[in-house]
Ligand binder design. Structure first.
Ligand SMILES: C[S@@+](CC[C@H](N)C(=O)[O-])C[C@H]1O[C@@H](n2cnc3c(N)ncnc32)[C@H](O)[C@@H]1O
Length: 211
């Protein structure tokens, strides 16, 4: 077993749990995740941190993928607790294993930072959405101010190796728009308790443009 594999299997889930389960992060999840309705697909569902925020009465089916198998059991357990028949698979957003127009809602939180190819993943999320379907997103990304943005460029080369390919310098809203979505922004802010280079958050609702 290579060090990378051991790190990804044993340490990385703990790092992700620590970063993704804070009260600040939960507050933002509450702005986005309860908007999900109908047939829901969650990209990068590992850890299951969004599960408690879904409005169970509005969700008719739930599917999710994540490439880190060590994180999937927690998602399955949380879905079982909700009484959902959930289809949760190992997989990557660059090749979503579901058909065109399969979902009313795609949920993507703190995942576009970590994928290999954000443009491909966004085009896949667009493909699996029904016409009129919505992408609910909550991501951290490139800070709008030059000071924090400079630190993001400096820190990212080391950071991404320690934190599961997490990038600090990716634009959130701009990248989503470029992929053919129209965005109704809900919010953007720096987290008070994080350094600015790690704490720029954007969240909102995106619809397939032209539909
Ligand atoms: C920071 S964690 C966020 C987990 C969860 N989405 C949340 O909001 O708590 C990033 C997640 O993206 C997943 N991921 C990394 N590369 C991916 C890819 N190419 N496609 C889908 N998910 C990916 C990781 O395995 C991990 O679960």
């Amino acid at each position: 077993m290579g060090l990378g594999t051991w790190y990804d299997r044993v340490i990385l889930p703990k790092v992700i749990s620590l970063g993704c389960s804070s009260e600040d992060v939960d507050e933002l999840r509450r702005e986005v995740v309860p908007l999900a309705k109908g047939a829901v697909f969650e990209l990068g569902c590992g850890g299951g941190f969004n599960q408690q925020h879904y409005d169970a009465a509005a969700v008719t089916s739930f599917a999710g993928i994540d490439p880190n198998a060590s994180l999937l059991e927690a998602v399955r357990a949380r879905a079982r607790e909700k009484g959902w028949e959930a289809d949760i698979r190992e997989g990557v957003g660059e090749a979503i294993p579901f058909g065109d127009g399969a979902f009313d809602t795609v949920v993507c939180t703190y995942t576009l930072c970590s994928v290999d190819d954000p443009a491909k993943v966004l085009s896949e999320m667009r493909r699996v959405l029904k016409p009129g379907g919505r992408l609910l997103f909550l991501e951290h990304g490139k800070a709008p101010d030059p000071g924090p943005a400079k630190w993001q460029r400096r820190i990212e080369p080391v950071w991404k190796h320690m934190v599961g390919n997490c990038h600090l310098t990716r634009e959130v809203g701009g990248t989503i728009r470029k992929a053919g979505f129209e965005i109704e922004p809900i919010g953007q802010t720096y987290f008070d308790k994080a350094p600015k280079w790690a704490g720029w958050m954007e969240w909102g609702v995106a619809r397939r443009a032209g539909v």
